[in-house]
Design a protein around this ligand. Structure first.
Ligand code: ADP
Ligand code: MG
Length: 408
């Protein structure tokens, strides 16, 4: 059996016309000899009647702290609705389809409601249905605990469902269908001349996704990478080849991403972060003070990023919505943190950055020529990050896209 996983995002299933485009992608797969397993997201985005955020807003006004277990039951409904409608569409077009919830599809997760991790997949029921020629549709973004509680996998979780099924079923490929023609050199909503990337390595795309390119969830990339299953990002609405994500490099055809001759692959951005600067002073055992700060953040479930430890200070960022909580904790610990709200992290990503001198200098020069102040910076062998004021984010992304000649 040649299994192909096809995942369709919220915008792809939003209208009857779009669902017909979905059906024709499924039909093409069947006619090419594949047994397709379809993963579907909830319909539309926030504000749309059956979008997950819309469901959440319905209970928020009544009970702001409904337990996460109940929230997960609610959040799992969007995919059940879109899955049922898609199965109806497929059946009406003569493609016999069957719908499974995440749990029925054998996706077993831990008990971290709202952000559960898949611990294993038992694909027996899917395989049985494929064997009798059915198209299997699975609701994305959800699973079940060992004891049968419904869980959800966090934002972008349908991508993770698709990858986990692809691995469990040893699929030939995992196709992520969305409303853009592939992974682009920057978010096309910000950069007009962003270009679709033909081939990219798992590592690069993982970095881009972690740094905010929300076209695919980083966890999904990691899962596919573990078993080397090709991932393709494509448009539901065109026949463009999209982006192929593998370990292969366009430059030499084999090997790791180190061999690519492309320096910068893309630019990503994450808005809405707050920079905190804590002066720890000239204390003895500063590392203990630093540790105390990060432990306090972890205890409060606040994730920190962009950490920079300096001789008498610690700098880090948190998401805007938890900033006041973080500040309160620091004040209670006796610190008076400096707070810069509404920042954005802008990153350039490329396997070719390592060992190429002057990339950081080019970045700093371009941003300063465009009047963008850099609040903080950091780098690794594949990524350089800068923190800027949010009002400079779009300029920063556009400037860097131009500077590194990533456009069409
Ligand atoms: P879906 O509902 O299909 O999962 P998402 O909204 O999660 O769709 O992802 C697609 C969106 O990701 C695009 O509409 C695009 O605006 C955004 N995006 C951000 N960065 C990139 C990028 N580098 N390449 C392509 N799309 C990107
Ligand atoms: Mg998505």
């Amino acid at each position: 059996m040649r299994i192909l996983v096809q995942k369709f995002g919220g915008t792809s299933v939003a209208t009857a016309e779009r669902r017909e485009s979905v059906a024709s992608k499924v039909s093409e797969a069947v006619h090419s000899g594949y047994s397709p397993v379809i993963v579907v997201s909830a319909i539309g985005r926030s504000g749309d009647p059956y979008a997950t955020d819309t469901f959440l807003s319905m209970v928020k006004g009544i009970c702001p702290d409904l337990p996460k277990r109940e929230l997960d039951l609610l959040m799992s409904c969007g995919e059940v609705i879109s899955g049922t409608i898609l199965v109806s569409t497929l059946n009406s077009l003569g493609l016999e389809a069957v719908l499974f919830t995440g749990g029925q599809a054998g996706i077993i997760t831990d008990k971290d409601f709202g952000d559960a991790r898949i611990v294993r997949v038992e694909p027996g029921m899917i395989l049985e249905q494929l064997a009798i020629g059915k198209v299997v549709v699975v609701t994305g973004f959800q699973g079940t605990t060992e004891d049968g509680q419904i869980t959800t996998l966090g934002r972008g979780g349908s991508d993770t469902t698709a990858s986990a099924l692809g691995v469990a079923l040893n699929a030939e490929a995992i196709d992520i269908y969305t409303d853009v023609e592939g992974i682009m050199t920057a978010d096309p909503r910000i950069v007009e001349d962003a270009r679709t990337i033909d081939t990219v390595t798992y590592n690069e795309i993982c970095q881009m996704a972690y740094q905010g390119a929300k076209v695919i969830h980083p966890r999904a990339v990691e899962i596919a990478m573990q078993r080397n299953i090709p991932l393709r990002i494509k448009s539901t609405f065109s026949d463009a080849p999209g982006t192929l994500v593998t370990n292969m490099c366009p430059a030499r055809g084999v090997g790791t991403d180190i061999t690519t001759d492309r320096i910068i692959t893309g630019i990503a951005h994450t808005p809405n972060v707050t920079q905190l600067r804590v002066l720890t002073g000239d204390v003895q055992d500063q590392h203990l003070t630093d540790k105390r700060i990060f432990k306090a953040m972890a205890l409060a479930d606040i994730s920190v990023d962009f950490i920079s430890v300096q001789p008498e200070a610690v700098l880090y960022t948190v998401r805007d919505e938890v900033a006041s909580k973080a500040v309160k904790i620091l004040l209670n610990m006796g610190f008076e943190p400096g707070v810069v709200p509404s920042c954005a992290k802008v990153s350039i990503i490329g396997a070719g950055i390592a060992g190429v001198p002057g990339v950081m200098a080019d970045m700093v020069e371009a941003l300063s020529d465009s009047g963008v102040t850099i609040l903080q910076s950091a780098d690794s062998h594949t990524t350089i990050w800068v923190l800027v004021h949010k009002e400079n984010m779009v300029t920063a992304v556009q400037t860097l896209h131009k500077k590194f000649r990533l456009g069409v």
